[in-house]
Design a protein. Sequence first.
Length: 385
Amino acid sequence: MAIINLSFSFLMSAVIRKHALAASLVLSVWANQTCAGFWEDAAATLPGGLAPTNAGFWSSQVDGFKELFNKGRDGVAFGIWTEHPSFDYDNRSEENALPFGAGLVRTMIDEKGNERMLFGIVFSDSHYYPEPTFGYSWVARWPVSEKYHVGAGYMLGVTFREDYHWLPIPLPLPVVKAGTDDVGLYMTFIPFTNVFFFYGTIATDSLENRLLPTFETSPFSNRFELYGAWMWEKTDSATEQGYMVSSDAGYMLGARYFVADNWAVDFNYTDSEHDTNYRGAKDRTFDHTTYSVALQYHVNFNEALRMHAGVGVGYGKWEQQGGDLSEDSVFPVVQLGGTWAPTDHTRLLAGINLSFPRYHNVAPEGDVMFRPSPVHMYVGAGIAF
């Protein structure tokens, strides 16, 4: 009897081991297939997922990038809001929450209905310095109505910040979106600074429209424009110790020449008057004049309406009225705007121009860096010929 029990136990052990081995093999195969499928799906969300042929991972990324760049829809990008949460920012009132700026995008809706985008944007960071950012994003979309959708995905990019000595900082960040095919509102969370960044895009110019020449019948066939505009020069925190400057009205004069159908060189001059404030009392009055030149890219909405984004360089002068103080500065300029052509020879325009001057010897001793952070919000009219 003992021999029979021993034999039975040995037989059952062998059967169990056999089934356990088979189960482990099945699970291993399933896990490998699942992981392989996951990584294949993840890789397909990269630019290489748009490549016409599979020529290896890196070659596919290059081909997919070219596909998106060459065939995507044109659009503009702009910063909306930077939220500095109170749990991490005791000085949140001193941080810049309005990331004025502008950029360009190329977007494409792939065969699965998801959004792919190449973007480049320059905006004002939390300390009023320019922050150029470039990258690629992928967003899965879910419709909430016939026209509107929500989405979630990621961006892969690089940014450059003054407080990191302008070294390239990689940006693998999450992204959520709400909007339409043409207009999008996005939000991302940036872990290493603990801020929520909101930005928007407007993309309407298709590949077919972009490749069309500017016909003589188009109101934009006249390439040279002269314009004048009323503006509001919005200023913000001027120095680290609270030496403030007022926001005031002024005027802008400019000229723009289209060197190609979508590319223009813009020259403008602005003039405004501001009061400085120190410890709650008016200090002095200054004239602020700026000159700038920028390269603009114009996106067609229709045959009579365009939006543009531009970058350039400016020169500013800060002069005291009734005094000897006069300081100047050279700085980068970022532009976002729109132009409507009611007729061949008339223009109506509006926009936001951002500049980053730094003036020394203006603030009281010990508080040397004066940064008015001017934003020119303008509305104007012009002629074209």
